[in-house]
Unconditional design. Structure first.
Length: 742
């Protein structure tokens, strides 16, 4: 069947139904469950005819076989041999690959000249580091102000700053994993807008074996960290990624397989992953059909790569072998796009080819720690660590001492007791991480330790107790000098102040119980410093009750010695002020007149120098300006209308007094008028000819009055009219007019 011509002839002679089944298996990357080939249509009913066709295809064709039989035949795994699939996918070309090419772990460049077997160019081992790195992560967050993001996580830039402090070949993803565990264990606590390290962290590190056990159990049983997601942490994301793989089942599958791998054997990952893919189809149904190209859904091989090359390597259970450090940095962080040539569209078929042709090769082997300690109990964390600690364990802490050198460096062994290592980090800084960790004592690090409540005697006593040699005098002097200089200058936060004219006045003020509770300190027997929470106005009232006349400085205006005024404004006040100034400029432009004598524009320039850079007031000016202009236009219109009515009234009065050449057209209706229809008709006539009307009107209170009006408009059942006697406009209800006469 490996002869291309014979293979092509065999496939062409198959019936269309059997050919359809065969192509279906190829689309599934050459392997799928028996039942997936029988379920057809939306109802997914069992198709007996297809079952018989598939059974004949497996028994007679030779191009399909049952890889893993099951008690229930529908759960069996059906596969196309990989060498036959290679011939078909390469346009029926002969498979010329050698055994060395098929086994990528046998690269000649990675074999020793003496023929002693495979040896990778670079070996990466994280044994003994993971819990120690957790100490460094917590101490680093303790030393700097790390903000809590809106999603409850830690910013990527803050994580990047921690990476250089850790052991070699560590990534931001590694720090994110340790931080997620610390949040879950409440070692990291959000306080306000910043992260704080719990005070119980040092006591938690006392039992290092328990620390490693809890960290391993967290990884084995959590879904909050998912290796399919490129960043790992799916808890602190803006949008939670959906339809991710059942990661816990996949982790357990890999651990069960690795438990059967011979010790000290280098395994080519590509071969390992390809051989494991059929088992994934059985353990995690539906996952084998990896056709999704969404950025949150990676190929199953890439997920296994993350578990092996990241998670298990981080725990020291796997030793990695890579051709160079650049390859080691890529492992676990690759997406489909990184494996696709530029301009190539990823599809379900081409993705499988890219996975097979992947050039990012690496090997791995099960570490001694995993072989000796775990010994078949990978999936039982509560039984893993009951036998105590031993040499070479990833949490081994058999050494309680370190070496303090005269140049203020501290050399710590890899198995140093973790609570002592964490205590060291409180007043030192990391200089170098290797097999031996080098810490450095500096004035800055000592100052941070003193700020956390440590005393100079406590630091010196701890160093003397834990140092292998006598504590160098240079270190003792450095600690003493830092303690001595601490306090030469004190800094703190305070509120306002009270300046008294004499010592007696200050003593009387501080002796008052209502004022004394706000006093922070007294300087030079005349200056009283108040606390931040003190309300100056309430303190001033208490001073007035004592008989004083306090002069309270303005909270918003301050005059400097140079005669300059400092004004304190809230952003809203500044926006209002700038809007008023811009409105004044608009007035000058609208009326083309120097109303403000060119004094407004210089003020705008003075206020705009800093405000535009920090507050960006332009966004707030437009709505305020539009509101001011609208109010001004309304006011101007109202004034014009009032002037128009006043002039119109005067003209009408002049016209009534002037001699008339001819009489106006008489009103043809009822005059005086009564009844709603007649009154309405009379009012329309009066409005058209701008005539006055005399009313007999009944108010809502029942009072009846006689009044002369000048009607201007009809508004439904009401008349809007000007009353000359009151010099005001009123609304009159037509239904309350008893009689109206022109």
């Amino acid at each position: 069947l490996l002869e291309p011509k014979l293979l092509r002839a065999l496939l062409e002679n198959q019936s269309p139904s059997r050919s359809g089944l065969f192509e279906h298996i190829l689309k599934k990357n050459g392997a799928c469950l028996w039942r997936e080939l029988l379920e057809g249509g939306a109802q997914k009913r069992f198709n007996h005819s297809r079952d018989e066709l598939l059974e004949n295809l497996v028994r007679e064709s030779g191009v399909v076989f049952v890889s893993q039989p099951a008690a229930n035949q529908s759960d069996s795994l059906v596969m196309v041999p990989r060498d036959i699939r290679h011939v078909i996918q390469n346009s029926f070309r002969r498979d010329e690959r050698t055994l060395a090419e098929l086994s990528r772990g046998n690269n000649r460049s990675q074999r020793r000249d003496d023929g002693s077997g495979f040896r990778p160019s670079v070996v990466l081992d994280n044994t003994q580091n993971v819990v120690r790195d957790l100490c460094i992560v917590l101490s680093s967050i303790l030393q700097r102000r790390v903000k809590v993001l809106n999603n409850g996580g830690i910013g990527r830039n803050d994580l990047k700053k921690i990476v250089p402090l850790l052991s070699h070949n560590k990534t931001v993803k590694y720090v994110a994993f340790l931080s997620l565990f610390a949040m879950t264990k409440k070692l990291l606590i959000p306080v306000g807008s910043n992260w704080r390290v719990s005070k119980t962290a040092e006591s938690w590190f006392v039992d290092a074996g328990k620390c490693f056990a809890e960290l391993y159990e967290f990884w084995l049983q959590t879904n909050e960290w998912n290796e399919e997601f490129i960043d790992g942490d799916v808890l602190h994301v803006e949008v939670y990624p959906q339809n991710l793989v059942g990661i816990i089942e996949l982790r357990k599958l890999l651990l069960r397989v690795l438990g059967k791998v011979p010790a000290e054997t280098w395994i080519d990952f590509d071969t390992f992953a390809q051989s494991l893919l059929p088992q994934v189809a059985i353990e995690i149904p539906g996952r084998f059909d990896h056709v999704s190209t969404d950025k949150n859904h990676r190929h199953t091989k890439l997920i296994m790569e993350s578990i092996v090359a990241e998670s298990l390597y981080w725990f020291g259970l796997i030793t990695l072998g890579v051709p160079d450090m650049e390859t080691g940095a890529k492992l676990g962080n690759r997406t489909h796009e990184e494996m696709t040539p530029a301009g190539t569209k990823v599809s379900s078929s081409s993705l499988s080819d890219l996975i097979e042709e992947d050039e990012c090769q690496f090997s791995f082997k099960v570490s001694d720690v995993m072989r000796q300690v775990f010994s078949g109990r990978y999936l039982e964390p509560d039984r893993l660590f009951v036998d105590g600690q031993g040499e070479g364990l990833p949490y081994s802490t058999q050494n309680a001492q370190f070496t303090v050198q005269p140049n203020q460096e501290i050399i710590t062994p890899p198995d140093l007791v973790l609570d002592r290592f964490y205590h060291l980090l409180l007043f030192t800084q990391v200089k170098k991480i290797d097999i031996m960790t080098t810490l450095m004592i500096t004035p800055e690090s000592l100052s941070r330790g003193l700020e956390r409540g440590l005393s100079g005697d406590q630091i010196t006593s701890f160093l003397k107790q834990s140092s292998r040699k006598d504590l160098p005098e240079t270190v003792v002097q450095l600690v003493e000098e830092c303690v001595r200089r601490r306090g030469e200058i004190d800094m703190g936060l305070a509120g306002g102040y009270i300046l008294g004219s004499s010592r007696a006045h200050v003593e009387e003020i501080t002796a008052n119980s209502k004022i004394g509770k706000h006093v922070k300190d007294v300087l030079n027997e005349r200056v009283v410093i108040l606390n931040r929470t003190a309300d100056l106005r309430k303190v001033a009232l208490e001073l007035q009750k004592l008989g004083y006349l306090p002069k309270l400085a303005s909270e918003t205006l301050h005059v400097t010695g140079e005669g300059l005024f400092h004004v304190t404004l809230r952003p809203e006040d500044l926006y209002d002020l700038m809007a008023l100034l811009h409105f004044a400029v608009g007035l000058e432009e609208q009326f083309d007149s120097g109303i403000f004598e060119d004094r407004v524009r210089p003020l705008i320039e003075l206020l705009g120098v800093d405000a535009h850079g920090d507050l960006n007031p332009d966004f707030h000016l437009k709505p305020r300006l539009s509101g001011f202009k609208s109010n001004f236009d309304k006011c101007l219109t109202r004034k014009k209308d009032e002037e128009k009515r006043r002039l119109k009234k005067q003209v009408n009065r002049l016209l009534t007094r002037a001699p008339r050449n001819r009489e106006p057209k008489p009103y043809g209706g009822e005059n005086p008028a009564s009844g709603k229809a007649n009154i309405k008709k009379l009012m329309k006539f009066a409005i058209e000819r701008e005539m006055q009307v005399k009313l007999h009107y009944r108010r809502s209170t029942g009072e009846e009055i006689d009044e002369v009006i000048e009607p201007e408009s009809l508004q439904g059942g009401r008349i809007y009219a000007f009353c000359p006697d009151d010099d005001e406009h009123h609304l009159y209800a037509i239904e309350r007019i008893e009689q109206a006469a022109l």
